[in-house]
Design a protein around this ligand. Structure first.
Ligand code: CP
Ligand code: NVA
Length: 306
């Protein structure tokens, strides 16, 4: 049995296999065909943080696969009143076929997985958001940018940038990251990515200047400066991230035909300008839709491993 907690645990071949399955599932869905790969299976979805896309895409996804999803907010379940995570894991394992959790520390996912006898999927932690980055890569492929791929991530050294590090270092493409001082990516994640890059041939570079990082990129991406749980730091962060907004001037430095991705929600006037966002709305909302297709592929793939 496999879990889907970080792309660190997946090989290049496995990632590409899931992407290929997502393409197949999406193509069929567009033709109105929904194969009941997970007929009568139930997905438990625990949310310790807010969500629009993750909740809707998992709930719609499991339904389209012939199963059902149960939304479990920590405000409503006993976990929120102090029932241990390991007990929640053991109870859910007796009743559902797969679990998704959106939580804080990555160690909460690991603890749940240790006690779970059904596959566990990360719906985001403070450290990683692997489902998002799979959907992003599906979008990159659809726009034909996967050849000679150069991704530039400008912004906070957070769960999204860490997931890009894992994807690039496993698949072997060029990733440039530019973060303000004090908001660098996690040193251990960077070290691990550099280790994987020696095998895959990925080129991973950290830039101080966001403009330098964007020169010649064919995919530019960013994320909020204030992730869930960091609300108290908002004012300080906005000051510290000055000069890191992706705007028309910075986008001009990228390669002709560049696409811009954003996992959403987006905060215009902060990490991205209104004008860049609207000019690239097609890509961004394709990316959002691809959460659905990529997640269906992950659920089917995990079910096959059992
Ligand atoms: N991108 C993303 O995960 O969105 P939600 O927080 O709305 O789920
Ligand atoms: N980095 C953001 C991603 C939201 C989908 C957060 O963790 O809030």
């Amino acid at each position: 049995m496999r879990h889907f907690l970080t792309l660190r645990d997946f090989s290049k071949d496995e990632i590409l296999e899931i992407i290929a399955l997502a393409k197949k599932i999406k193509k069929r869905a567009k033709a109105g065909k929904f194969k009941p790969y997970l007929k009568d299976k139930v997905l438990g979805m625990i949310f310790e943080k807010s969500s629009t896309r993750t909740r809707v895409s998992f709930e719609v996804g499991i339904h389209q696969l012939g199963g059902a999803g149960i939304f479990l907010s920590t405000d409503d379940i006993q976990l929120g009143r102090g029932e241990p995570l390991r007990d929640t894991a053991r109870v859910l394992s007796r009743m559902v076929d797969m679990v998704m959790i959106r939580t804080f520390g990555q160690e909460r996912l690991e603890e749940f997985a240790k006690y779970s006898t059904v596959p566990l999927i990360s719906g985001l932690s403070d450290m990683y958001h692997p489902m998002q980055i799979l959907a992003d890569y599906l979008t990159v492929c659809e726009y034909g940018k996967d050849k000679n791929l150069i991704v530039s991530y400008v912004g906070d050294g957070n769960n999204i940038s860490h997931s890009w590090l894992m994807l690039a270092s496993k698949l072997g493409f060029e990733l440039r990251i530019s973060t303000p001082k004090g908001y660098e990516v996690n040193a251990q994640v960077l070290q691990d990515a550099r280790k994987f890059a020696q095998i895959s041939g990925a080129k991973i570079t950290i830039y101080e200047n966001p403009k330098e990082a964007i020169k010649g990129a064919n995919v530019v991406t960013t994320d909020t400066w204030v992730s869930m749980g960091q609300e108290a730091e908002k004012e300080k962060r906005i000051k510290d991230f000055e000069g890191f907004m992706v705007d028309d001037e910075t986008m001009k430095l990228a390669r002709e035909g560049v696409i811009f991705l954003h996992c959403l929600p987006a905060y215009r006037g902060y990490e991205v300008s209104e004008s860049v966002f609207e000019a690239h709305a097609n890509e961004i909302f394709d990316e959002a839709e691809n959460r659905l297709h990529a997640q269906k592929a992950v659920m089917v793939w995990l079910d096959k491993q059992r």
